[in-house]
Design a protein around this ligand. Structure first.
Ligand code: ADP
Ligand code: MG
Length: 639
């Protein structure tokens, strides 16, 4: 949960930083010179049948006055063009321009005192012109006339914004200000998109799809944005860009749905998958149509325009509603990816919707929507975060799996080894024990029948060695039969008292001592001799690890379900690598060690359904913690 929260926090920070960047739109120092806005101009319609003629005289009776507060003129029926005329104000600087921010017209030509100075001719439908006419000192007070021809797509014809006189510098600054930001967003997205696609191509199969879908979506978003950039729209006279725009929009939508499906699933009732398939069909129909429309516009426009505008808008609304509804649904279950998607999308949708509302409400202020690009950018960032999260999660899974696999492998090896040993042990020990016991019996029969005292010593030595051999065999047999039978309730305090009796002398011999404090009311189930053997093995190791002034502290406590017995020494301790080998057969660091002690101990504790855990620090000491299930309460527990 806390990891989730910190991820959310990180994302919020990112959004804030990007938001802050948005506000830092480059603002170029305005020119010290005030702009001069043309506040009035004359206009005159020219009918189909009339001659366009040369620049009309100022005294022509058909002129009518237009000011910036008037609505943009709508051309009357049967008009083939119009003239616009005004006086250039006194020019003060050397290099100035008359800037026309927006002229609704297709083709146009500008004259200064009757001399043509600029001509713009389009070969396909075109509506919004933006251009500047350079003027010099000598052009002061000249008459500027402009011939404009209407675009068939637009009923309005004329200046949508008043012309301005400004310095060339300012003109350039404005141009950069209007475009730099737009191009940097779309350029950034294009680079990210390409990078994602490349990343997808070099990825393993697992992540390929998600990277490529993301890349395609980013590239398409970038294209849609770039084409919407005012300057690109103005600069390119070709209609091909609309083909690119439509295909990018449709493919981007498809890539988004596919991305959604791979990261968040196919949605309730498979809605996302269905939407994706539908979009693919839509793309396959509209893309060729948009190309064909270039050549057969008159025949196709009736089908193509609705398909690429009104119907598409409806389709987009449905797709987006499906995605956001599903995301909310998944986000409610706490899936982080869905939360990120929802946040990114809601930002995008709110910015977009806010701007649409602003756009339609303040039409007369000629507001140009542009914030939606930042919305789209933030949304793209949220998609990238989702990819990052997905990759991170997969990596974590992989690490977890490999860790589990490794543990499983070691466990398997261990248990295989154990099985072999226990089988060997059982058979060999059994076979050897019988002849050993017979030999011991015969040796005892000879007791008292020797002539020399040295014979007595030899027989004693022989008996001792036979007992040692039998001890080792007992270890092996215990391993094979760890005493899961003959189980009785054991009082821990009693058992440890006996252990103390056996081992306290050994501890003293090694220059140390045992300190045992066990509550008298703790009971576990087990075979008494096996249990003692297990504990003796552990405590003996502690004693053998004594440095100087050795101490073994043995204590126990219970939580009602388990008893935890701690055997803690201040001996030489172990390295991590040694700890991991404890219980392995023949693992011993002692010259006379067998490396069987802990193996047997583990086996016995395991048979008692308990666990052993070792904590150790080289040079400081070792603590063995044995956990055993508490014996069920009995009326007659032997004290
Ligand atoms: P052995 O005692 O015959 O060597 P064990 O199985 O009893 O065999 O112990 C294996 C090894 O584990 C020991 O040789 C010793 O190196 C290490 N060991 C076990 N317990 C301790 C301890 N309390 N302190 C330091 N080393 C220990
Ligand atoms: Mg030992």
């Amino acid at each position: 949960m806390s990891r989730r929260r910190s991820a959310l926090l990180r994302m919020v920070c990112l959004v804030l930083i990007i938001g802050a960047c948005c506000r830092m739109t480059p603002v170029f120092a305005a020119s010290d010179q005030e702009d001069t806005t043309i506040t009035k101009w004359k206009m005159k319609w020219v009918g189909e049948s009339e001659e366009q003629g040369s620049v009309p005289s100022e005294l022509d009776p058909k002129w009518f006055l237009v000011s910036p507060t008037d609505p943009i003129p709508v051309r009357p029926e049967g008009v083939k063009g119009a003239w616009i005329q005004f006086h250039v104000p006194a020019v003060t600087g050397q290099t100035e321009v008359v800037h026309f921010p927006r002229v609704y017209a297709m083709n146009l030509e500008v004259y200064l005192d009757g001399h043509s100075v600029l001509q713009l001719t389009r070969h396909s439908y075109y509506t919004r012109n933006s251009f500047s006419v350079p003027i010099a000192l000598s052009d002061s007070n000249k008459t500027l006339s402009m011939w404009i021809e209407p675009s068939p797509q637009l009923h309005q014809l004329g200046l949508a914004k008043p012309a301005k006189i400004m310095s060339v510098n300012e003109n350039q600054h404005n141009l950069i200000r209007e475009t730099a930001l737009d191009f940097s967003i779309s350029g950034g997205l294009a680079i990210l998109g390409l990078a994602s696609i490349v990343a997808g191509l070099i990825q393993g199969r697992q992540h390929r799809e998600i990277w490529i879908y993301l890349g395609v979506f980013l590239l398409c978003s970038s294209a849609v944005m770039a084409i919407n950039t005012y300057e690109l729209y103005v600069a390119s006279t070709s209609y091909y860009k609309m083909v690119v725009f439509d295909i990018s929009l449709l493919s981007g939508l498809f890539a988004l749905l596919a991305f959604y499906e791979t990261t968040l699933g196919s949605g309730k009732f498979n809605t996302i998958r269905t939407a994706k398939r539908f979009q693919l069909v839509y793309l396959a129909i509209v893309s060729p149509l948009s190309v064909l429309n270039l050549f057969f516009e008159s025949e196709l426009s009736k089908i193509y325009y609705p398909l690429s505008t009104k119907i598409l808008a409806l389709v987009m609304i449905i797709h987006f509603s499906l995605m956001i509804l599903n995301a909310f649904f998944i986000a409610r279950k706490g899936r982080m990816e869905a939360i990120v998607f929802s946040v990114g999308f809601v930002i995008f949708a709110m910015v977009g919707a806010g701007e649409m509302i602003g756009f339609s409400f303040f039409k007369e202020f000629d507001y140009q929507p542009h914030l939606w690009k930042w919305g789209l950018f933030l949304f793209s960032v949220s998609l990238m975060i989702i990819v990052g999260m997905k990759v991170g999660e997969n990596r974590r899974q992989l690490v977890k799996y490999s860790h589990e696999l490794e543990m499983f492998n070691t466990e398997l090896q261990r248990s295989e080894k154990m099985d072999i040993i226990s089988e060997l042990a059982a058979s060999v020990a059994h076979e050897v024990r019988n002849p050993l016991q017979v030999t011991r019996g015969f040796l005892q029969l000879l007791d008292g029948k020797y002539s020399s005292p040295t014979d007595t010593t030899y027989v004693k030595l022989a008996l001792n060695e036979l007992d040692r051999a039998s001890g080792i065999i007992t270890d092996f047999l215990t391993f094979a039969k760890p005493g899961a039978e003959d189980v009785v309730p054991l009082n821990l305090a009693n058992e440890f008292e006996q252990v103390e009796n056996i081992l306290q002398p050994l501890a003293h011999m090694q220059g140390g001592r045992l300190e045992i404090s066990i509550p008298t009311d703790l009971h576990v189930l087990g075979n008494p001799s096996k249990f003692k053997q297990a504990i003796v093995n552990i405590v003996k190791n502690s004693i053998e690890a004594f440095l100087e002034d050795g101490l073994v502290e043995i204590s126990a406590r219970s939580n009602g379900e388990y008893v935890a017995i701690s055997v803690k020494d201040n001996g030489e301790g172990m390295e991590l690598a040694e700890i991991s080998r404890l219980g392995e057969p023949y693992f011993s660091n002692k010259s006379k060690g067998t490396g069987l002690g802990l193996m047997v101990t583990f086996r016995i504790i395991e048979a008692m359904k308990g666990t052993i855990q070792f904590k150790s620090q080289k040079g400081k000491g070792t603590e063995a913690i044995i956990r055993l299930p508490v014996a069920p309460k009995l009326a007659s527990v032997p004290e």
